[in-house]
Ligand binder design. Structure first.
Ligand code: ZN
Length: 219
């Protein structure tokens, strides 16, 4: 499947899932060393067609396509320019994750083993005025090692080695935030005990086949 087709399908998926409303959010993937494929500004993700996607360079200049480059493309460029292991970036406003971002709470406590492994810490990036460099400045402290971020009073960002990988992190993040929300209506969520967390990290490489950056660990 072409990247253009795949990214378009995931645009529809994030809209159907309610991860974005109206014109919110932006999705992108690396094409090659010179080009990035990204959603245009001012288009609903639920209505995007393959031809709407723009090709931009690593400085954000439009190379090919009809639409306008979003001011949030800066978030994507930062990720691609800083990390060679990131090939896709999703920025959405999923309700439960964004609710945590709105109360100024990160999702960096070890509650679910799968989340500890797949997302690691999900730090809260300080609020920045949309379209300014404040947004990318707030991401900068975490960009070298994070796979998922909350943007204060704004939304969430996830990274992937593939488009599907970035999508699954967004889905997993929202699922975890939703579950923690429900848990709090019943009581208070309990963190995985430290010794069990260490045990989880010890087997992570064998069982889950992932290498976890020291800075992303919760123990
Ligand atoms: Zn946004």
């Amino acid at each position: 499947m072409s990247l253009r087709k795949e990214l378009t399908e995931f645009c529809h998926k994030v809209y159907e899932k309610g991860f974005v409303s109206a014109y919110d959010g932006n999705l992108s993937c690396r094409i090659d060393a010179k080009r990035i494929l990204i959603t245009p500004s001012g288009k609903c993700k639920g209505e995007i067609i393959e031809n709407d996607l723009l090709e931009i360079d690593y400085e954000g200049n439009l190379l090919y396509g009809e639409g306008k480059v979003s001011t949030e493309a800066k978030i994507h460029l930062l990720a691609y320019n800083k990390r060679s292991d990131i090939n896709s970036v999703f920025h959405c406003h999923p309700i439960y994750s964004t609710a945590f971002a709105a109360i100024g709470e990160s999702l960096s406590r070890p509650i679910f083993p799968e989340v500890v492994i797949a997302l690691g810490k999900v730090p809260l990036c300080k609020y920045g005025t949309p379209s300014t460099n404040e947004v990318t400045d707030s991401i900068l402290p975490y960009i070298d090692y994070s796979w998922a971020l909350l943007l204060e009073n704004h939304g969430a960002v996830t990274f992937g080695k593939t488009i599907k990988g970035a999508y699954f992190r967004m889905e997993k993040l929202e699922h975890a935030a939703h579950t923690i929300y429900i848990a709090r209506t019943l009581g208070r969520e309990k963190a995985i005990p430290l010794n069990k967390l260490k045990q989880l990290y010890a087997i992570a490489e064998d069982v889950y086949n992932v290498k976890i950056d020291e800075r992303n660990r919760m123990d």
